[in-house]
Write a protein that binds this ligand. Structure first.
Ligand SMILES: Cc1cc2nc3c(=O)[nH]c(=O)nc-3n(C[C@H](O)[C@H](O)[C@H](O)COP(=O)(O)OP(=O)(O)OC[C@H]3O[C@@H](n4cnc5c(N)ncnc54)[C@H](O)[C@@H]3O)c2cc1C
Length: 436
């Protein structure tokens, strides 16, 4: 079956993935003389840097997601299709999706990455990850369900399993989640669950290397460790998680920690689409591209964003997998799509590092700018504004801003709802999950 898209005289660019890279590119080429087909398995764009706030009941999922169709309402040359791309036939210039096949003149893969469990099936099945809004929501429900369960049990060990949380991976996600959980423990849980002794709640952050926020400066790494310590998070460096059985987390040094909830933020790997030459898939399952984001050895196929592996002099092992790289590659490829029909030479991509940052609860953040590094309250304000203005959609920005202000003034949020589906798989606490 062929996906129904009208055939026109315009050349067709098929973009797979409406994340930071794909959306940036689609919005730009939509203004050019092309037919644009934007495909995503979801009908919305997700703002991944704030997933953790959804998981911690700080924001509603709708505040950080934006419907793809709304972004292109006025563009007659743009077609959105919600489906999963399974493979590419580079000879026929066709993709196969769960809805059928589709011809392309140019194909851009902006499919991003997923969680990497490094082949550990136990961890893959029992740990929580945060690579989508739905996973963040699932985690929120599990945390809240477990606290509900914890107030009903008199067994100390069972209660510890329900209330303690182990986060694996000391990158920005792990650090931000740990900070947000510690704030929840300090300000919210004592009010909501006054029967619980919140001092019994332990939050662990496990990191295999000798520092947090690897890739950022020493100041940022040490600053984050200091802030987490002040918030009562137990940080374990040089410790590798080997296994998890749903009740205990097992470490490489032979120790174990009790806890039903382990949040896995320790690795990513590229999403897969079959049909590309084997030698174009490299470390981390990324797709090797040249400086124009063209997949090496394949005509008219490009990859941008997290999935693309491009070597630059300053980045001999590829670019960091962050939003700025994705956005800048989307912009550069759009410029090249303007040059292509004119037969002009294409612009090679050069990454401009605008800096990186992470927040650790209220009033605390670390910021690394190319020429200046700082931490604390001012860094936190910068973090807030950068994230606010990076969100897609004015309504989303407004809602997030109101949420943050409300949260800041009241030390509280009223979003701690456990939404149970009426049918199909019921949301259960991690204790019930273990027993079933
Ligand atoms: C929890 C978390 C926190 C983060 N925090 C930060 C941060 O603070 N700062 C920062 O710079 N970066 C952060 N990142 C990284 C940043 O989000 C990514 O670098 C960025 O999203 C990459 O953009 P992308 O367009 O390449 O991929 P994505 O944004 O992941 O988009 C990929 C899209 O492709 C779609 N897709 C995938 N496979 C298929 C398929 N087969 N068929 C159809 N559609 C498909 C997906 O549904 C998705 O919409 C964070 C990431 C996570 C997970």
């Amino acid at each position: 079956m062929t996906i129904n898209i009208p055939n026109t005289d315009l050349e067709r660019i098929v973009i797979v993935g409406g994340g930071f890279a794909g959306l940036e590119l689609a919005q730009r080429v939509a203004k050019m003389n092309f037919q644009v087909v934007l495909i995503d398995k979801n009908n919305y764009h997700q703002f991944q840097p704030l997933f953790y706030q959804v998981a911690m009941a700080g924001l509603e999922p709708s505040s950080i997601a934006f419907p793809l169709r709304k972004a292109f309402q006025k563009k007659k040359n743009v077609f959105i299709r919600v489906t999963t791309v399974e493979s590419v036939d580079t000879n026929e210039k066709e993709i196969q999706t769960t809805l059928g096949t589709l011809r392309y003149d140019y194909l851009v893969l902006a499919i991003g990455v997923d969680t990497n469990f490094f082949g550990n099936e136990n961890i893959a099945q029992k740990a929580f990850s945060m690579k989508s809004v739905s996973e963040a929501l699932y985690l929120r429900n599990a945390i809240l369900s477990d606290y509900e369960r914890a107030v009903t049990t008199t067994d100390f060990d069972e209660r510890q399993g329900l209330i303690d949380i182990i986060i694996v991976g000391g990158g920005p996600t792990g650090v931000e989640v740990a900070g947000a959980l510690a704030e929840m423990k300090k300000y919210i849980l004592p009010k909501d669950y006054n029967e619980l002794n919140c001092d019994e709640i332990d939050i662990y952050l496990i990191q295999s290397s000798d520092c947090l926020l690897k890739g950022m400066s020493t100041e940022a790494s040490e600053g984050a460790a200091q802030f987490l310590k002040e918030l009562g998070v137990i940080v374990k460096l040089n410790t590798r998680v080997e296994d998890f059985d749903g009740s205990f987390v097992y470490m490489n040094d032979g120790s174990k920690i009790q806890g039903n909830k382990m949040i896995w933020a320790a690795g990513i790997r590229g999403n897969t689409v079959k049909g590309l030459p084997e030698n174009s898939i490299v470390r981390g399952n990324r797709i090797k591209v040249d400086r124009f984001n063209q997949v090496e050895g394949v005509d008219r196929v490009f990859a941008i964003g997290d999935i693309a592996y491009m070597e630059e002099e300053e980045y001999p092992k590829g670019h960091p997998q962050v939003a700025q790289v994705a956005i800048q590659q989307g912009k550069n490829l759009a410029k090249n799509f303007k040059l292509l029909p004119q037969g002009k030479p294409l612009r090679a991509f050069t990454y401009r590092d605008l800096g990186s940052m992470a927040t650790i609860g209220r009033n605390r953040a670390v910021v690394d700018l190319p020429s200046y590094k700082f931490k604390g309250f001012f860094a936190w304000i910068i973090w807030l504004f950068v994230h606010l203005f990076s969100l897609v959609g004015i309504k989303n920005r407004l809602f997030v801003f109101i949420n943050w202000v409300w949260n800041y003034m009241t030390y509280d949020q009223s979003l701690r709802l456990i939404i149970q589906p009426k049918t199909k798989e019921k949301i259960v606490s991690t204790e019930e999950k273990k027993q079933s």
